[in-house]
Design a protein around this ligand. Structure first.
Ligand code: ZN
Length: 435
């Protein structure tokens, strides 16, 4: 039904039936083929009768899960609107099957006070995507003075980060952890030792030597992961590690969890599926921070995702305008887009190979919301419909010019994938693509 395929003016889910779907909700022990009726945004599971006036979409062969949530995206607004806006980023999320995203504060100016955070929240409020703002941990992301955390927590903020860089001063990190913990919020650390990685463009190793590019050593990330773990333990606080990419980071996080230290972590598709030698053609769509690592790092990250050491699967969606990426490898900005490929990559390369669907849902539906202290969406009668609709057999080719994102910088261009996001239902809206 064409009216539901509208990204610009999403249709209301007033009286809509998703017919013959496989509904999978691990928290409710549900995995069954049935109909879902959505009336004014509220769910009715396997209704006895389907109203004669309902819009019925035949979705046999599709999977419906609670809505996917991307714990780490950059929406670039304010300041970087040529690369992305809150609207285009949320449309990319909808196209990629995400009903919620957490956006990072490294905009221009950064999201480090209540006025700016409220401005972003208000911009996203009418959209079908739940937008959670991760506020800056320090003023101006300068790593010196903490932001007004309590005021921001009152606005609904549950995470603080200087993402793009670490909180390098350990005394500041300690206070950030203690204060956030007291308020029921969490620090998201971009794990890096800035002195060790300064000037680097790719992973330090044989390939960086061969290509003559300045390196970012793996130990630079691992060192900060360990620092965060030890300071979190000392402070009795929880800490979240962003975009884990090294074998030793995974191993230390696993160790910390075994010790009962409250550490959570996330991992991105590019670190699970690509390695450093992809930089050999100097294509800047393979330049991100942390960089693509070795095969051993990649394998360990896959194991970490499978066994739950790495709690969340997220994209670090980092749009950049073509002009910015069309520079020499060592000067181009870090980052790749991810919202519109993450689900297809997961179904093609992860689900059924490294983890089952239930575990994938844990990593991309539940864990991100638990980390942000948000309620978990459920496929149950009487609940608000917050759903991701997946065509698990749909084959497609990644064509960046078809993205809803304003940017095209994906390392997965041309990839053939099996499994695609068909649509989402959330906040009373339904956006479901035609085939
Ligand atoms: Zn980031």
């Amino acid at each position: 039904m064409r009216k539901y395929a509208n990204f610009d003016e999403p249709a209301r889910a007033r009286n809509l039936v998703l017919q013959g779907v496989r509904a999978v909700d691990p928290e409710r022990n549900l995995d069954q083929v049935l109909d879902l009726h959505i009336r004014d945004g509220m769910l009715s599971v396997a209704p006895k009768e389907i109203p004669a006036d309902a819009d019925v979409l035949d979705l046999r062969g599709h999977i419906v899960t609670p809505g996917w949530f991307d714990l780490h995206v950059h929406l670039r607004e304010p300041g970087g609107e040529v690369a992305e806006t809150i609207l285009s980023g949320c449309q990319a999320a909808m196209n990629g099957g995400f009903t919620g995203v957490a956006c990072m504060p490294n905009t221009e100016p950064p999201l480090d006070d209540a006025g700016r955070v409220r401005w972003v929240m208000e911009k996203a409020a009418p959209l079908p995507v739940d937008l959670h703002v991760v506020a800056a941990a320090t003023r101006g992301r300068e790593g010196r003075q903490l932001v007004e955390m309590s005021e921001l927590v009152e606005l609904g903020v549950r995470a603080f980060s200087d993402d793009g860089k670490p909180i390098a001063d350990t005394a500041v990190l300690r206070h950030a952890l203690e204060y956030a913990n007291m308020l029921g919020a969490r620090i998201f650390e971009h794990a890096d030792d800035p002195d060790l990685s300064v000037g680097g463009a790719m992973n330090e190793g044989e390939w960086s030597t061969r290509l003559g590019l300045p390196g970012i050593p793996a130990v630079s990330e691992t060192l900060d992961v360990l620092r965060c773990i030890l300071v979190a333990r000392y402070a009795g606080a929880a800490v979240h590690i962003c975009h884990v990419s090294t074998k030793e980071s995974v191993e230390w996080i696993r160790w910390a969890k075994q010790q009962g230290i409250r550490v959570t972590a996330e991992v991105c598709p590019h670190h699970l599926l690509l390695t450093e030698e992809r930089c050999r053609e100097f294509d800047t769509d393979f330049k991100m921070n942390p960089p693509l690592r070795s095969e051993e790092d990649r394998q360990t990250c896959l194991k970490g995702l499978a066994d739950g050491t790495l709690d969340a699967y997220c994209t670090d969606h980092a749009p950049h305008a073509w002009e910015a990426k069309a520079q020499e490898f060592d000067v181009a900005p870090f980052g790749v887009v991810g919202l519109e490929t993450a689900l297809g990559l997961a179904f093609t390369h992860l689900v059924g190979r490294h983890l089952d669907l239930k575990a994938m849902i844990e990593r991309v539906v539940y864990a991100p919301r638990r980390i942000l202290s948000q309620p978990l969406p459920a496929i149950a009668t009487g609940e608000p419909a917050n759903l991701t609709i997946i065509d698990p057999e749909g084959s497609w080719t990644v064509r960046p010019d078809e993205f809803r994102s304003k940017s095209r910088n994906t390392p997965f261009k041309g990839w053939e994938l099996t499994g695609r996001a068909r649509g989402i239902v959330n906040r009373g809206f339904a956006v479901i693509k035609e085939v």
